[in-house]
Ligand binder design. Structure first.
Ligand SMILES: Cc1cc2nc3c(=O)[nH]c(=O)nc-3n(C[C@H](O)[C@H](O)[C@H](O)COP(=O)(O)OP(=O)(O)OC[C@H]3O[C@@H](n4cnc5c(N)ncnc54)[C@H](O)[C@@H]3O)c2cc1C
Ligand code: FES
Length: 278
């Protein structure tokens, strides 16, 4: 089986993560092993096929995706239950590069549904013996996801900072502000030994890139664009002006590449291909 073959799988478990967000667990046979940061195209029978990050993978061969209900296809997925079938194509795209050096200072920074690829990355970092800090943000407390699982990772030495826009949980403010505060406690020579993994939202990523640039910190971000084919054929996910494709060259891009993109933090494309402001 290649990564582009669609495979029908049976849903094994459904987990309510928070209001409007569910995880779906399934087994896959003879599949390529996924890496943190990669995504799959998920087909809701009779409705549509949409891109979803892989939220977990374990030794038993169980995969999961975590879906926020925002429209027709995600709503159809939310209607499914244990024993129902979905189509899965992937793993697709590139993945987070994990440093060999265990002394690297690692931050995973995300908001809301952006925690999905970071959850898979966090479990992999624990497996490889890395220490790291997660900064998770949300509008309100009820939108924070994976907190129980992160508590388990906390026991393995990972650190956590939560923030909400309204201060209903953790600090009041944005993830970028929490990160800027963390930088105040670091020495200049530690910046070069720091690596940031960031998912959602692109305007916040843009701000974070500026902060990282000022401090010469390496950053890797997971971008999202409307996708049709997910495998480099339709061109809908092109990033101007260098023509990188989010589905094939991404979804993970380094600071060096992000700085060369005019579209980053500013423009995205509609299903028609028309470019609009973010
Ligand atoms: C690489 C990648 C990974 C993603 N991972 C996740 C994930 O782990 N969990 C999750 O809930 N969502 C994820 N998304 C977003 C998800 O694909 C969209 O929310 C979904 O396609 C919406 O489909 P819909 O038919 O329900 O909504 P629609 O009615 O089609 O649209 C609702 C909203 O979602 C936006 N949208 C629609 N299609 C896409 C798309 N293909 N890519 C990005 N935005 C879109 C639209 O602009 C609109 O604002 C990811 C997207 C990409 C590109
Ligand atoms: S989604 Fe078709 S080229 Fe990327």
């Amino acid at each position: 089986m290649t990564e582009n073959t669609i495979q029908t799988v049976k849903i094994k478990r459904v987990i309510n993560e928070c209001d409007g967000v569910k995880s779906f667990v399934f087994d896959r046979e003879n599949s390529i092993i996924p890496q943190p940061g990669q995504f799959v195209m998920i087909w809701a029978p009779g409705v549509d096929e949409v891109p979803m990050s892989i939220s977990s993978y374990n030794e038993k061969g169980e995969w999961s995706i975590t879906v926020k209900n925002v429209g027709e296809c995600t709503n159809a997925l939310h209607e499914l239950t244990i024993g129902d079938y979905i189509g899965v194509r992937g793993p697709l795209g590139n993945f987070f590069q994990i440093p060999q050096d265990k002394n690297k200072k690692i931050f995973l920074i995300g908001g809301g549904i952006g925690m999905v690829p970071l959850r898979f990355l966090a479990s992999e970092l624990v497996k490889l013996g890395h220490k790291f800090t997660i900064i998770e943000g949300a509008k309100v407390e009820n939108d924070l996801i994976f907190m129980d699982e992160f508590l388990d990772l906390n026991r393995e030495g990972a650190e956590f900072n939560y923030c909400t826009d309204d201060g209903s949980y953790g600090e009041k403010g944005f993830t970028t502000e929490i990160f800027e505060n963390a930088l105040k406690d670091m020495r200049y020579d530690e910046f070069k030994n720091t690596i940031i993994y960031k998912c959602k939202y692109e305007i916040m990523m843009h701000k974070l890139l500026q902060i990282c640039d000022e401090h010469e910190i390496e950053m890797h971000a997971s971008l999202e664009r409307i996708m049709r084919c997910g495998c480099g054929l339709c061109g809908l996910c092109t990033l101007d002006p260098i023509g990188l494709l989010v589905c094939k060259d991404g979804p993970i891009f380094s600071s060096e590449l992000l700085k060369k993109m005019d579209d980053f933090g500013k423009f995205k494309r509609e299903f028609s291909g028309k470019k609009i402001s973010q």
